[in-house]
Design a protein around this ligand. Sequence first.
Ligand code: 3HC
Ligand code: NAI
Length: 702
Amino acid sequence: MPGSVELERHDGVALLRLTNPPVNGLSFAMRAALGDRIMEVLADDGVAAIVVAGAGRMFCGGADIREFDAPPPPGAASLPAVLAEMEASRKPVVAAIHGVAAGGGLEVALACHVRLAVPGTRLGLPEVTLGIVPGAGGTQRLPRLIGVEPALDVIVGGRLLAAERALALGIVDQVVDGDLLDGAIARARQLAADGGPLRRASLLEERVAEARARPGIFAAFRKQMARRARGFDAPYACVESVENAVSLPFAEGMAAERRIFERLRASDQSRAQRHAFFAEREATKIPDVPRATPALPVERAAIVGCGTMGGGIAMTFANAGIPVTVVDVSEEALDKGLAVVAQNYAATVAKGRLSQAAMDERLARIARSVRYEDVRDADIVVEAVFERMELKQEVFRRLDAACKPDAVLATNTSTLDVDEIAATTSRPESVIGTHFFSPANVMRLMENVRGRRSSPRTIATVMQLAKRLGKVGVLVGVCDGFVGNRLLAPYLREAEFLLEEGAPPQQVDRVLFEFGLPMGPFQMSDLAGNDVSWFIRQRQAATRPAHLRYSPVADRICERGRFGQKTGAGWYRYEPGSRTPVPDPLVEELIAGAAAEAGIARRAVGDDEIVPRCLYPLVNEGAKVLDEGIALRASDIDIVWMHGYGFPRYRGGPMFWADLVGLRTIYDALSRLHDEHGERLEPAPLLKRLAEQGKEFGDVGS
Ligand code: 3HC
Ligand code: NAI
């Protein structure tokens, strides 16, 4: 098992360096080594003070998450016990922090007597994002050090903070501009020479005593986080553990923290959230496009089409510091599109989440033009015009003529064939899909669609770009709907059939919301606009197999101009200015009418039927996508659905969730639905194979 702690002596100061690349993860071996080194230097009369630092890129990224499912080796050192020894040391211990101090890494630092960090360091306790609580004293030392409310923000928020912010909160004692190690060694030596009392976070009682006098703070915090934390166990467990810091003595609070940590570590939610963490990193690995593949550095970008998506994509580039030129057909179109962009920024400023100066800077990065020649300096152009093949082909012909030879030409199409678009250019190898999700400046998914001819350089460019834009990039292949919308189709279809069979839209929506989706299918359609899929259905009408069941309800809703929230009505009614869906008897009538025409006997649909009926077919489609090689791995499908459609992270995405449910269970249920409803619900061959072999989607390709 990797991980060591290197010892260097600097004239009476022992420098301990955590060494376990790439993030100095606290593996079992590393914890044991830290414990041994601490004992060694405490016993060494030649050592007056200790500095703890990290080798390589960072201080420490926390416990080694890969070991979470492994049983600890016999006699394994407990990190809290090692840290207790270290904190109790009469020799001063100084943490010298650079790069990142996250999770257990920050907990190591919190058990030191002084913390120094260099500018650019990021610090925090992201355990909550992995479905656990900090397990080495974070929930007990941090509130004592910085106060209960700030500690709740750090622990429940889970985000890494800049060094300057950590300084302001009191997490670090100093941000050092000069040489970190020299500074830390000098500080440690000085502390030893002074011989004064050392500051031990576990002994600081003032902040927790003060909080004890305000018993309402935890209830208030739980209330405030309720919306964001819906369905997640870990945020509530974090609050519980911080509450213990206030109500229990330190040692008891530590014991309780350990119990809570162990409970969560073994939970399905934590397994799912850890799966999500690794899935995001896995998605960056493309077997035939190795890391070293040269990518085009993107210094300038251009967007064609300044509508809903183009505007949001332009903001995404501007937010990442990349200058971008937006092209549309007319000054009016640009005025309209860019006014929306300005409004969006202004709303963020009004909420206090962006400064006016930052807004001005970002807006200044967005140039406008009605001339294609103005994209010639762009390293990448993202096309976001109307969803029509002839139009897109025309735009790409013009881009081919206007763009510099090595530019990447990307399309934001959500349904069209990237290869057909590429074929109209003289450089299909430079063409690729970059499918952003709406609102593009908010949603983190970038579904990158490789065409048959997309070159490794083009792929590497957009995958690296995704990271720079703060997005999660997933590479998929060309097929109808790519990964995200292809899985959406059977989900929506079965939801609509359930209406005809007797479930009202609000029942289906409620059950899927309770499952953890941000909203059910009908509320989602009303938000996205029912007209978009209506146009697609009209286009597909001629080729739709006549023998398959088809629900006309969505078409009838659109025929009445009910496009959703934007028209005040869709699957629901909306009062003017309100986004609250109100069930509408007219929709119920349309549904009942369609059911009668199709000869469907309506019945009370049980809540328990809804998740299997809507999500098993989605998983089944995922199995086909995987089998066809459209997705490289099941976890890529999970990423698409977590970041593009809000599939709850605590369920790990649809494929991981399916593995948890058990593929045999899903296969059997689908087989029954297949018998009842016919071919559209036939279990996919891959699902059948895995179910019969007792395997999981996670086993595919591994
Ligand atoms: N354990 C195991 N592997 C880890 C890891 C960890 N804590 N953190 C990162 N890695 C791995 C990644 O999987 C990746 O592996 P790969 O190259 O094989 O894909 C590699 O290290 C590099 O990671 P990133 O690409 O994420 O590197 P960055 O430089 O972009 O980011 C980071 C560094 C900010 C440390 C980021 O990796 C991160 O957020 N890591 C997780 C931090 C975390 O959640 N720590 C808490 C752990 S739980 C804990 O500490 C419990 C304690 O309270 C007892
Ligand atoms: P939109 O209708 O809001 O905007 C399209 C813009 O393109 C308009 O401003 C129009 O003036 C401009 N345009 C049309 N022809 C042009 C040309 N020849 N040159 C330059 N500009 C031109 O459309 P929206 O919703 O932004 O969609 C754009 C693309 O993004 C489509 O391919 C769509 O399928 C895709 N998409 C849409 C999503 C959504 O939720 N709206 C989500 C993901 C992808």
